[in-house]
Design a protein around this ligand. Structure first.
Ligand code: ZN
Length: 402
């Protein structure tokens, strides 16, 4: 609540006043559209019971854990909670605040601070394919497919080594568990057919399961699909039967059973996937870990992030493999002929005569021919640059610099 207070206040003032764009003399109304994230944090933000406990698990349909675990008991609701009106929600919140013993059938635990805004907590949060599928059951699905397909670990490893992987080769443990980043699992699953091309003419029994998950994934990631379909519902139903058969049913696989209906409401779901935000989050974690500076985390992060973005823009292709996993300082100091990085450490941003100017120190790195010093960094103090003249606009003003 305390942490969210400034955010909620700002959103509220946006809701009331919008923003005025001087250049076009335009008043733009602003409203919070969606809250997306992993299931636990969305529950926490919106005041729902967190979903991986033994009882309440689904904010879409009120299902309990025992209901989804019981075979043949499919929780099929045609009216998901997003149809609940603001009035019903209001009454429910009233009951929760007035009676501490009251247990909400919708899994509401406390009035979310977001209720101060003009939103309906049942509608504001679309599902996230990334957490529900890619980071969720996909790893177990690959494991069961590899086990049932009956190849030895040596054969799988040899075949995997023959493939040029976009996101590096993933590591597979002795019991066929995938150890790696979600994006590697995603690539691995989709390219299994390249590892086992014989499946096309001579599919093993488990191929049916692979085929279903792949088709579901193709529908979900197809940007032209703007609503649910009979095909998707049927595929997901078959998928769920396989999940039960191999004892893989989890809350996340249950959420998938609502996807066709949820697509009718939210449209295409892949635009809500948190994959790119998770990648950014990972980059920030790597940066702060490498900085070894925890005295002023926001300051260190803002500086390192600016430097990283500036360098990435100057060396685009190497961004994903190298930039992310290397210490930014070491990256800048690396001696090679091409990389003379320049970046701004932004202190202030001002609008001067309709130009957005950024003020700060300019860092210029250049190679040397000296034996022990690979590079030098020159700092030009108090430089002003037009924001249009720098290659990255991801600038950050550090207000509370000590
Ligand atoms: Zn449900």
């Amino acid at each position: 609540m305390v942490v969210l207070k400034p955010l909620i206040e700002e959103l509220k003032s946006f809701e009331q006043c919008g923003i005025h764009i001087e250049k076009f003399n335009l008043d733009l109304p602003i409203k919070l559209a969606f809250v997306i994230g992993d299931n636990l944090s969305v529950s926490e933000l919106l005041g729902f019971k967190q979903t991986f406990g033994p009882y309440f698990i689904c904010r879409y349909c009120k299902a309990r854990y025992d209901q989804i675990k019981k075979k043949d008991v499919h929780v099929k609701e045609l009216h998901l909670n997003y149809t609940i009106s603001d009035e019903v929600l209001g009454t429910e919140i009233e009951k929760i605040t007035s009676n501490k013993q009251y247990k909400s059938p919708y899994g509401i635990m406390f009035p979310s601070p977001f209720l101060k805004l003009d939103i309906n907590i049942f509608q504001i949060s679309p599902p996230d394919i990334f957490h529900d599928l890619i980071e969720g059951p996909l790893s177990n699905i690959c494991q069961i497919i590899l086990k049932k397909a009956n190849y030895s670990k040596i054969v799988i490893d040899r075949r995997m080594s023959a493939i040029k992987w976009v996101n590096c080769k993933i590591n597979i443990s002795a019991n066929f568990h995938l150890n790696g980043k979600a994006i590697q699992k995603f690539e691995y699953f989709n390219r299994m057919i390249e590892i086992f091309p014989e499946w096309i003419d001579n599919p093993p029994e488990i191929f049916q399961f692979y085929h279903i998950v792949r088709r579901i994934m193709y529908i979900l990631y197809d940007e032209t699909q703007n609503c649910g379909s009979m095909e998707l519902s049927e595929l997901i139903e078959e998928f769920y039967r396989f999940m039960e058969k191999y004892d893989l049913v989890t809350p996340k696989s249950h959420f998938l059973t609502h996807y066709s209906l949820l697509m009718d409401f939210y449209g295409n779901l892949c635009k809500f996937s948190t994959m790119c935000f998770e990648r950014k989050h990972r980059l920030l974690k790597v940066l702060i870990r490498h900085s070894k500076n925890f005295m002023n985390v926001t300051y260190s992060l803002s500086f390192l992030h600016q430097a990283k973005m500036a360098c990435c823009d100057q060396e685009t292709d190497k961004l994903t493999t190298e930039c992310c996993s290397h210490n930014i300082v070491r990256f800048i100091m690396k001696k090679d002929t091409t990389s003379n990085y320049e970046f701004m450490k932004v202190e202030k941003i001002h609008n001067i005569e309709n130009k957005i100017m950024i003020f700060g120190d300019k860092y210029i790195t250049s190679n040397t021919n000296l034996t022990y010093i690979k590079k030098v960094i020159a700092i030009e103090k108090n430089v002003a640059v037009d924001v249009n003249d720098i290659c990255h606009t991801n600038i950050y003003e550090e207000k509370n610099k000590k």
